[in-house]
Design a protein around this ligand. Sequence first.
Ligand code: MN
Length: 235
Amino acid sequence: MKRRSFFQILLGSSIASRFLPFSAVAAEPSLAQQGLSTPPPTGPFTLPPLPYAPNALEPYIDAETMTLHHDKHHAAYVNNLNKAIAPYPDLQKKSLEELLGNLDAVPAEIRTTVRNNAGGHSNHSILWKTLSNPGKKPEGKLAKQIDDTFGSYEKWKEEMTKCAMGIFGSGWAWFGRSKDGKLFIEPFPNQDSPLLTGRTPIYGIDVWEHAYYLKHQNRRADYVESCIESVGSFS
Ligand code: MN
């Protein structure tokens, strides 16, 4: 028997299934065979679509970074959050504000996971929106309050830059509003959100390396300047 025909016979026989990897001779294992009785949860939280094409903010934020950041990083926060709260129907009814605003009501065994992933989901959802108004300056009442609080919009930009540059490791520089109506600029580690302290996030700069490393490598200053001067804004 020629070598080739021997293997052709072997592949078609039951002997093959004893020696070849499972996947080579059978259909994909069922969820039950994989130890999963139900598919991974697809809700209640969902990944919002990017409100523009991934290359819309080039040359400041490149399409590859935008795609990875949204489709992989943000998606992972949403998936991990849904997975964590899957066994807790009461938590599934809550909004991000309700989850993060009262973390003590979240069971201790998933509290850190919810803090990180609900925070990541909220932070990035705001990020895509605020990056979608290139060059737009704050107006009206908010513009006046920025002038009153920081001196001017230019001074506000300086404060945001200082905050973003001063963060050691991964985190966010957040501009937002406190319960008493006052504005603040403050560094937050990891995916912590101002919502954790009952405050409202308005505009954030993501200084995780995944937000800029492909294009800017270690030059965080270039990336922060791009965010503030060229593509990011709020109103
Ligand atoms: Mn990010």
